[in-house]
Design a protein around this ligand. Structure first.
Ligand SMILES: C[S@@+](CC[C@H](N)C(=O)[O-])C[C@H]1O[C@@H](n2cnc3c(N)ncnc32)[C@H](O)[C@@H]1O
Length: 402
Protein backbone atom coordinates (compact mmCIF):
# COMPACT_ATOMS: atom_id res chain seq x y z
CA UNK A 1 0.00 0.00 0.00
CA UNK A 2 1.39 3.39 -1.01
CA UNK A 3 1.43 5.44 2.20
CA UNK A 4 2.04 8.86 0.62
CA UNK A 5 -1.53 9.45 -0.69
CA UNK A 6 -2.81 8.41 2.75
CA UNK A 7 -0.56 10.98 4.42
CA UNK A 8 -1.93 13.62 2.02
CA UNK A 9 -5.53 12.72 2.89
CA UNK A 10 -4.69 12.85 6.58
CA UNK A 11 -3.11 16.29 6.13
CA UNK A 12 -6.14 17.53 4.17
CA UNK A 13 -8.51 16.21 6.87
CA UNK A 14 -6.42 18.01 9.51
CA UNK A 15 -6.52 21.29 7.56
CA UNK A 16 -10.33 21.09 7.26
CA UNK A 17 -10.62 20.23 10.95
CA UNK A 18 -8.53 23.24 11.92
CA UNK A 19 -10.65 25.46 9.67
CA UNK A 20 -13.76 24.07 11.37
CA UNK A 21 -12.29 24.73 14.80
CA UNK A 22 -11.58 28.34 13.79
CA UNK A 23 -14.82 29.16 11.96
CA UNK A 24 -17.37 26.61 13.22
CA UNK A 25 -18.62 26.58 9.61
CA UNK A 26 -20.41 23.32 8.83
CA UNK A 27 -18.80 23.18 5.38
CA UNK A 28 -15.41 22.50 7.02
CA UNK A 29 -16.84 19.85 9.36
CA UNK A 30 -18.27 18.06 6.32
CA UNK A 31 -15.00 18.46 4.41
CA UNK A 32 -13.05 16.96 7.32
CA UNK A 33 -15.52 14.09 7.59
CA UNK A 34 -15.29 13.37 3.86
CA UNK A 35 -11.49 13.38 3.91
CA UNK A 36 -11.50 11.06 6.93
CA UNK A 37 -13.92 8.73 5.13
CA UNK A 38 -11.69 8.75 2.02
CA UNK A 39 -8.74 7.93 4.25
CA UNK A 40 -10.61 5.06 5.93
CA UNK A 41 -11.65 3.75 2.51
CA UNK A 42 -8.11 3.96 1.15
CA UNK A 43 -6.83 2.04 4.19
CA UNK A 44 -9.26 -0.81 3.69
CA UNK A 45 -8.48 -3.82 1.48
CA UNK A 46 -11.02 -3.85 -1.41
CA UNK A 47 -12.13 -7.41 -0.61
CA UNK A 48 -12.88 -6.42 2.99
CA UNK A 49 -14.76 -3.32 1.82
CA UNK A 50 -16.98 -5.44 -0.43
CA UNK A 51 -17.56 -7.98 2.35
CA UNK A 52 -18.54 -5.31 4.89
CA UNK A 53 -20.79 -3.56 2.39
CA UNK A 54 -22.59 -6.80 1.68
CA UNK A 55 -23.07 -7.47 5.37
CA UNK A 56 -24.18 -3.92 6.18
CA UNK A 57 -27.98 -4.65 6.33
CA UNK A 58 -27.08 -6.66 9.45
CA UNK A 59 -26.14 -3.43 11.24
CA UNK A 60 -29.55 -1.88 10.60
CA UNK A 61 -31.21 -5.12 11.70
CA UNK A 62 -29.16 -5.15 14.95
CA UNK A 63 -30.13 -1.54 15.70
CA UNK A 64 -33.79 -2.32 15.02
CA UNK A 65 -33.68 -5.43 17.22
CA UNK A 66 -31.88 -3.62 20.05
CA UNK A 67 -34.61 -0.98 19.90
CA UNK A 68 -37.29 -3.68 20.06
CA UNK A 69 -35.52 -5.23 23.07
CA UNK A 70 -35.48 -1.82 24.89
CA UNK A 71 -31.67 -1.84 25.02
CA UNK A 72 -31.25 1.84 24.15
CA UNK A 73 -33.42 3.47 26.85
CA UNK A 74 -31.89 1.26 29.56
CA UNK A 75 -28.33 2.02 28.43
CA UNK A 76 -28.83 5.70 27.65
CA UNK A 77 -29.42 6.49 31.35
CA UNK A 78 -26.31 4.67 32.53
CA UNK A 79 -23.28 6.41 33.98
CA UNK A 80 -21.73 3.12 35.10
CA UNK A 81 -21.27 0.07 32.86
CA UNK A 82 -24.47 -1.98 32.53
CA UNK A 83 -24.01 -5.77 32.74
CA UNK A 84 -25.48 -7.98 30.04
CA UNK A 85 -27.94 -9.59 32.48
CA UNK A 86 -29.53 -6.22 33.23
CA UNK A 87 -29.94 -5.41 29.54
CA UNK A 88 -31.41 -8.84 28.83
CA UNK A 89 -33.89 -8.38 31.71
CA UNK A 90 -35.43 -5.29 30.09
CA UNK A 91 -37.55 -7.32 27.68
CA UNK A 92 -36.71 -10.04 28.93
CA UNK A 93 -34.58 -11.67 26.22
CA UNK A 94 -32.13 -14.55 26.06
CA UNK A 95 -28.78 -13.17 27.33
CA UNK A 96 -26.82 -14.98 24.61
CA UNK A 97 -28.95 -13.35 21.93
CA UNK A 98 -28.50 -9.90 23.49
CA UNK A 99 -24.74 -10.48 23.72
CA UNK A 100 -24.59 -11.26 19.98
CA UNK A 101 -26.60 -8.18 19.04
CA UNK A 102 -24.51 -6.04 21.39
CA UNK A 103 -21.29 -7.13 19.65
CA UNK A 104 -22.57 -5.68 16.38
CA UNK A 105 -23.56 -2.46 18.16
CA UNK A 106 -20.17 -2.14 19.87
CA UNK A 107 -18.33 -2.73 16.58
CA UNK A 108 -20.38 0.01 14.94
CA UNK A 109 -20.07 2.73 17.56
CA UNK A 110 -23.52 2.52 19.15
CA UNK A 111 -22.18 1.25 22.46
CA UNK A 112 -18.87 0.96 24.32
CA UNK A 113 -17.76 -2.21 26.05
CA UNK A 114 -15.30 -1.19 28.79
CA UNK A 115 -15.22 -4.75 30.22
CA UNK A 116 -16.44 -8.06 28.75
CA UNK A 117 -20.26 -8.02 28.46
CA UNK A 118 -20.59 -4.64 30.20
CA UNK A 119 -21.80 -1.67 28.23
CA UNK A 120 -21.84 2.11 28.21
CA UNK A 121 -23.85 4.39 25.91
CA UNK A 122 -22.38 6.52 23.13
CA UNK A 123 -24.05 9.48 21.43
CA UNK A 124 -25.52 7.11 18.82
CA UNK A 125 -27.10 5.03 21.58
CA UNK A 126 -28.66 8.16 23.12
CA UNK A 127 -29.89 9.26 19.70
CA UNK A 128 -31.73 5.94 19.40
CA UNK A 129 -33.96 6.95 22.32
CA UNK A 130 -35.31 9.92 20.33
CA UNK A 131 -38.74 9.40 18.80
CA UNK A 132 -37.62 10.88 15.49
CA UNK A 133 -34.49 8.72 15.06
CA UNK A 134 -36.48 5.65 16.05
CA UNK A 135 -38.86 6.65 13.25
CA UNK A 136 -36.00 6.98 10.74
CA UNK A 137 -34.68 3.49 11.52
CA UNK A 138 -38.15 1.93 11.80
CA UNK A 139 -39.53 3.41 8.60
CA UNK A 140 -36.48 2.62 6.47
CA UNK A 141 -36.22 -0.89 7.91
CA UNK A 142 -39.88 -1.89 7.72
CA UNK A 143 -41.30 0.17 4.87
CA UNK A 144 -38.34 0.70 2.52
CA UNK A 145 -35.84 -2.13 2.87
CA UNK A 146 -38.08 -4.95 1.56
CA UNK A 147 -38.68 -2.92 -1.63
CA UNK A 148 -35.02 -1.90 -1.94
CA UNK A 149 -34.19 -5.59 -2.07
CA UNK A 150 -36.65 -6.05 -4.93
CA UNK A 151 -35.32 -3.18 -7.08
CA UNK A 152 -32.98 -5.24 -9.29
CA UNK A 153 -35.76 -7.75 -10.03
CA UNK A 154 -38.28 -4.94 -10.63
CA UNK A 155 -35.93 -3.10 -13.01
CA UNK A 156 -35.23 -6.27 -14.91
CA UNK A 157 -38.98 -6.70 -15.36
CA UNK A 158 -39.31 -3.17 -16.78
CA UNK A 159 -36.27 -3.49 -19.06
CA UNK A 160 -34.51 -0.82 -17.01
CA UNK A 161 -36.97 1.97 -17.69
CA UNK A 162 -36.61 4.85 -15.24
CA UNK A 163 -39.62 4.50 -12.88
CA UNK A 164 -42.07 7.39 -13.27
CA UNK A 165 -45.41 5.87 -12.33
CA UNK A 166 -46.32 6.25 -8.62
CA UNK A 167 -48.74 3.35 -9.03
CA UNK A 168 -45.95 1.05 -10.19
CA UNK A 169 -42.82 1.80 -8.20
CA UNK A 170 -40.72 -0.97 -6.58
CA UNK A 171 -43.05 -0.65 -3.54
CA UNK A 172 -46.09 -1.70 -5.58
CA UNK A 173 -44.09 -4.46 -7.27
CA UNK A 174 -42.94 -5.81 -3.89
CA UNK A 175 -46.31 -5.82 -2.14
CA UNK A 176 -48.44 -6.41 -5.21
CA UNK A 177 -50.56 -3.32 -4.52
CA UNK A 178 -52.28 -0.92 -6.91
CA UNK A 179 -52.35 2.20 -4.71
CA UNK A 180 -49.73 4.92 -4.31
CA UNK A 181 -47.27 4.81 -1.42
CA UNK A 182 -48.95 7.55 0.60
CA UNK A 183 -52.38 5.93 0.36
CA UNK A 184 -50.71 2.66 1.40
CA UNK A 185 -49.20 4.40 4.44
CA UNK A 186 -52.57 5.92 5.33
CA UNK A 187 -54.02 2.39 5.43
CA UNK A 188 -51.26 1.23 7.81
CA UNK A 189 -51.42 3.42 10.94
CA UNK A 190 -48.18 2.09 12.47
CA UNK A 191 -46.30 2.60 9.22
CA UNK A 192 -47.76 6.10 8.86
CA UNK A 193 -46.63 7.05 12.37
CA UNK A 194 -43.13 5.69 11.67
CA UNK A 195 -42.99 7.54 8.34
CA UNK A 196 -44.15 10.85 9.82
CA UNK A 197 -41.51 10.53 12.56
CA UNK A 198 -38.95 9.72 9.84
CA UNK A 199 -39.88 12.91 7.97
CA UNK A 200 -39.78 14.91 11.18
CA UNK A 201 -36.45 13.44 12.21
CA UNK A 202 -34.44 12.93 9.06
CA UNK A 203 -33.09 16.45 8.96
CA UNK A 204 -33.97 17.62 12.44
CA UNK A 205 -30.42 18.72 13.21
CA UNK A 206 -30.08 20.75 10.01
CA UNK A 207 -30.85 24.45 9.96
CA UNK A 208 -34.49 25.45 9.60
CA UNK A 209 -35.01 27.42 6.38
CA UNK A 210 -36.03 30.43 8.48
CA UNK A 211 -32.45 30.53 9.83
CA UNK A 212 -30.76 31.04 6.48
CA UNK A 213 -33.32 32.11 3.86
CA UNK A 214 -33.96 35.88 3.93
CA UNK A 215 -37.59 35.56 5.02
CA UNK A 216 -38.05 39.27 5.76
CA UNK A 217 -36.71 40.50 2.43
CA UNK A 218 -38.24 37.78 0.26
CA UNK A 219 -41.59 37.30 2.01
CA UNK A 220 -42.54 39.52 4.94
CA UNK A 221 -41.47 42.98 3.76
CA UNK A 222 -44.31 43.52 1.30
CA UNK A 223 -47.21 45.95 1.77
CA UNK A 224 -49.80 43.29 0.87
CA UNK A 225 -48.69 41.00 3.73
CA UNK A 226 -51.41 41.58 6.32
CA UNK A 227 -52.72 39.93 9.47
CA UNK A 228 -55.94 38.75 7.76
CA UNK A 229 -54.33 37.21 4.67
CA UNK A 230 -52.71 33.77 4.47
CA UNK A 231 -48.96 34.14 4.79
CA UNK A 232 -47.62 30.63 4.42
CA UNK A 233 -49.33 27.46 3.23
CA UNK A 234 -47.31 24.27 3.78
CA UNK A 235 -48.47 21.65 1.27
CA UNK A 236 -47.83 18.01 2.19
CA UNK A 237 -46.70 19.37 5.54
CA UNK A 238 -46.65 16.08 7.46
CA UNK A 239 -46.42 16.83 11.18
CA UNK A 240 -46.14 20.59 10.62
CA UNK A 241 -42.66 20.81 12.15
CA UNK A 242 -41.56 23.35 9.53
CA UNK A 243 -44.50 25.65 10.28
CA UNK A 244 -43.95 25.35 14.02
CA UNK A 245 -40.28 26.21 13.45
CA UNK A 246 -41.33 29.18 11.31
CA UNK A 247 -43.70 30.46 14.02
CA UNK A 248 -40.93 30.19 16.62
CA UNK A 249 -38.54 32.22 14.53
CA UNK A 250 -41.07 34.81 13.32
CA UNK A 251 -43.64 35.03 16.13
CA UNK A 252 -44.82 38.48 14.96
CA UNK A 253 -45.09 37.68 11.26
CA UNK A 254 -48.53 38.85 10.15
CA UNK A 255 -50.91 36.45 8.40
CA UNK A 256 -52.09 32.90 8.77
CA UNK A 257 -50.01 29.75 8.73
CA UNK A 258 -51.83 26.84 7.12
CA UNK A 259 -50.92 23.16 7.29
CA UNK A 260 -52.21 21.05 4.41
CA UNK A 261 -52.00 17.31 3.92
CA UNK A 262 -54.22 14.30 3.21
CA UNK A 263 -57.11 14.03 5.68
CA UNK A 264 -55.79 10.90 7.43
CA UNK A 265 -52.42 12.59 7.91
CA UNK A 266 -54.15 15.63 9.39
CA UNK A 267 -55.93 13.32 11.86
CA UNK A 268 -52.63 11.70 12.84
CA UNK A 269 -50.92 15.08 13.17
CA UNK A 270 -53.62 16.42 15.49
CA UNK A 271 -52.85 13.56 17.90
CA UNK A 272 -49.09 14.06 17.73
CA UNK A 273 -48.51 17.80 17.57
CA UNK A 274 -49.72 20.89 19.41
CA UNK A 275 -50.68 23.11 16.48
CA UNK A 276 -53.00 25.39 18.42
CA UNK A 277 -50.23 26.96 20.51
CA UNK A 278 -48.48 27.96 17.29
CA UNK A 279 -51.82 29.16 15.80
CA UNK A 280 -51.55 26.86 12.81
CA UNK A 281 -54.71 26.10 10.87
CA UNK A 282 -55.17 22.71 9.25
CA UNK A 283 -56.82 22.08 5.90
CA UNK A 284 -57.26 18.61 4.41
CA UNK A 285 -56.21 19.00 0.78
CA UNK A 286 -55.37 16.41 -1.85
CA UNK A 287 -53.19 18.26 -4.34
CA UNK A 288 -53.96 15.81 -7.13
CA UNK A 289 -57.70 15.98 -6.71
CA UNK A 290 -58.53 19.62 -5.95
CA UNK A 291 -57.67 23.21 -6.76
CA UNK A 292 -55.74 24.86 -3.93
CA UNK A 293 -58.40 26.13 -1.49
CA UNK A 294 -56.32 28.87 0.20
CA UNK A 295 -56.30 31.81 -2.20
CA UNK A 296 -53.63 34.48 -2.55
CA UNK A 297 -51.10 33.36 0.07
CA UNK A 298 -47.75 35.09 0.07
CA UNK A 299 -45.97 31.73 -0.10
CA UNK A 300 -46.90 28.15 -0.93
CA UNK A 301 -44.21 26.02 0.63
CA UNK A 302 -43.32 22.44 -0.30
CA UNK A 303 -40.63 20.52 1.53
CA UNK A 304 -39.59 17.08 0.37
CA UNK A 305 -42.82 16.88 -1.59
CA UNK A 306 -42.01 17.47 -5.25
CA UNK A 307 -39.15 14.97 -5.12
CA UNK A 308 -41.84 12.34 -4.56
CA UNK A 309 -43.33 12.91 -7.99
CA UNK A 310 -42.35 12.62 -11.64
CA UNK A 311 -42.57 15.75 -13.81
CA UNK A 312 -45.93 14.56 -15.10
CA UNK A 313 -47.41 14.32 -11.59
CA UNK A 314 -45.70 17.53 -10.42
CA UNK A 315 -47.38 19.30 -13.35
CA UNK A 316 -50.80 18.34 -11.97
CA UNK A 317 -49.81 19.66 -8.52
CA UNK A 318 -48.74 23.02 -10.00
CA UNK A 319 -51.80 23.24 -12.24
CA UNK A 320 -53.97 22.86 -9.14
CA UNK A 321 -51.95 25.46 -7.29
CA UNK A 322 -51.66 28.19 -9.92
CA UNK A 323 -55.31 29.36 -9.88
CA UNK A 324 -54.88 30.27 -6.18
CA UNK A 325 -51.71 32.29 -6.73
CA UNK A 326 -51.84 36.08 -6.94
CA UNK A 327 -49.70 37.31 -9.83
CA UNK A 328 -46.70 39.39 -8.75
CA UNK A 329 -47.30 38.51 -5.09
CA UNK A 330 -47.60 34.77 -4.42
CA UNK A 331 -44.44 32.71 -4.47
CA UNK A 332 -43.71 29.01 -4.51
CA UNK A 333 -40.95 28.03 -2.10
CA UNK A 334 -39.63 24.51 -2.60
CA UNK A 335 -37.18 23.21 -0.02
CA UNK A 336 -35.50 20.28 -1.70
CA UNK A 337 -32.12 18.93 -2.69
CA UNK A 338 -30.71 20.76 -5.68
CA UNK A 339 -28.35 18.13 -7.05
CA UNK A 340 -25.00 19.34 -8.37
CA UNK A 341 -24.14 18.35 -11.94
CA UNK A 342 -21.13 16.43 -10.66
CA UNK A 343 -20.01 14.55 -7.55
CA UNK A 344 -23.27 14.64 -5.60
CA UNK A 345 -22.93 13.60 -1.97
CA UNK A 346 -24.05 10.28 -0.61
CA UNK A 347 -27.20 11.35 1.27
CA UNK A 348 -28.94 13.13 -1.65
CA UNK A 349 -28.10 10.15 -3.91
CA UNK A 350 -29.57 7.67 -1.44
CA UNK A 351 -32.65 9.86 -0.96
CA UNK A 352 -33.03 9.93 -4.75
CA UNK A 353 -33.20 6.14 -4.78
CA UNK A 354 -35.49 6.01 -1.72
CA UNK A 355 -38.08 8.22 -3.46
CA UNK A 356 -37.72 6.12 -6.59
CA UNK A 357 -38.47 2.98 -4.58
CA UNK A 358 -41.42 4.46 -2.73
CA UNK A 359 -43.21 6.54 -5.34
CA UNK A 360 -41.16 6.72 -8.56
CA UNK A 361 -39.96 10.15 -7.46
CA UNK A 362 -36.60 11.80 -8.14
CA UNK A 363 -34.22 14.44 -6.85
CA UNK A 364 -33.50 17.18 -9.42
CA UNK A 365 -30.56 19.22 -10.67
CA UNK A 366 -30.98 22.97 -11.34
CA UNK A 367 -31.58 22.21 -14.99
CA UNK A 368 -34.32 19.70 -14.21
CA UNK A 369 -35.97 22.12 -11.77
CA UNK A 370 -35.86 24.91 -14.36
CA UNK A 371 -37.26 22.70 -17.11
CA UNK A 372 -40.11 21.52 -14.89
CA UNK A 373 -41.08 24.96 -13.59
CA UNK A 374 -40.86 26.63 -16.99
CA UNK A 375 -43.03 23.93 -18.51
CA UNK A 376 -45.82 24.67 -16.01
CA UNK A 377 -45.74 28.46 -16.43
CA UNK A 378 -43.64 29.27 -13.37
CA UNK A 379 -40.44 31.28 -13.33
CA UNK A 380 -37.46 30.48 -11.13
CA UNK A 381 -36.54 33.60 -9.18
CA UNK A 382 -33.50 32.09 -7.53
CA UNK A 383 -31.83 28.88 -6.40
CA UNK A 384 -30.80 29.36 -2.78
CA UNK A 385 -28.09 27.16 -1.34
CA UNK A 386 -27.67 26.64 2.37
CA UNK A 387 -24.20 26.38 3.89
CA UNK A 388 -23.38 22.73 4.65
CA UNK A 389 -24.93 19.64 3.09
CA UNK A 390 -28.65 20.19 3.53
CA UNK A 391 -31.54 21.07 1.28
CA UNK A 392 -31.63 24.16 -0.92
CA UNK A 393 -34.56 26.37 -1.83
CA UNK A 394 -36.05 26.92 -5.26
CA UNK A 395 -37.98 30.19 -5.22
CA UNK A 396 -40.48 30.71 -8.05
CA UNK A 397 -43.48 32.80 -9.08
CA UNK A 398 -46.03 32.84 -11.89
CA UNK A 399 -44.31 33.54 -15.22
CA UNK A 400 -45.37 36.72 -17.05
CA UNK A 401 -47.30 34.98 -19.77
CA UNK A 402 -48.78 32.02 -17.90
C1 LIG B 1 -42.05 13.14 1.97
S1 LIG B 1 -43.37 13.70 2.95
C2 LIG B 1 -42.86 15.34 3.39
C3 LIG B 1 -43.48 15.84 4.66
C4 LIG B 1 -42.96 17.21 5.13
N1 LIG B 1 -43.16 18.25 4.15
C5 LIG B 1 -41.49 17.11 5.48
O1 LIG B 1 -40.62 17.54 4.75
O2 LIG B 1 -41.19 16.56 6.54
C6 LIG B 1 -44.61 14.01 1.71
C7 LIG B 1 -45.92 14.49 2.26
O3 LIG B 1 -46.83 14.68 1.15
C8 LIG B 1 -48.11 14.24 1.57
N2 LIG B 1 -48.92 13.88 0.41
C9 LIG B 1 -48.80 12.78 -0.37
N3 LIG B 1 -49.75 12.77 -1.33
C10 LIG B 1 -50.49 13.87 -1.13
C11 LIG B 1 -51.61 14.42 -1.81
N4 LIG B 1 -52.16 13.80 -2.85
N5 LIG B 1 -52.11 15.60 -1.37
C12 LIG B 1 -51.54 16.24 -0.29
N6 LIG B 1 -50.47 15.77 0.39
C13 LIG B 1 -49.95 14.60 -0.03
C14 LIG B 1 -47.81 13.04 2.44
O4 LIG B 1 -48.90 12.69 3.26
C15 LIG B 1 -46.58 13.51 3.21
O5 LIG B 1 -46.90 14.15 4.41
Amino acid sequence: MDIQPLQSLLAEAKTSLEAYQLTQADTFRIEAQEKAAQLARALERPKDAILKLSFSPVILMAVMTAHDMDVFPVLAQATLPVPLAELAAAKPADPLLVERIMRVLVANGFVEEPAPSEYLPTELCKEMTQRTSIGVVGSLFHEFLPSVQKVPEYLQSTNYRNPDDPLFAPLQYTHNIKIDGFTWLCQNPEALTRFNSFMEGQRADRPHWGDWFPVHEQLLDHPDVTAEAPLLVDLGAGRGHDLIGFRKRFPDAPGKLVLEDLSSVIDEVRGAQDLETASIETVAHDFFAEIQPVQGARAYYFKNVLHDWSDEKATIIFNHLKPAMKRGFSKVIMEEYILPDQNARSLPCMTDIAVMVFCSGLERTRQRWSNLLTSVGLRVLKFWVCEGDGLGIVEAELAESS
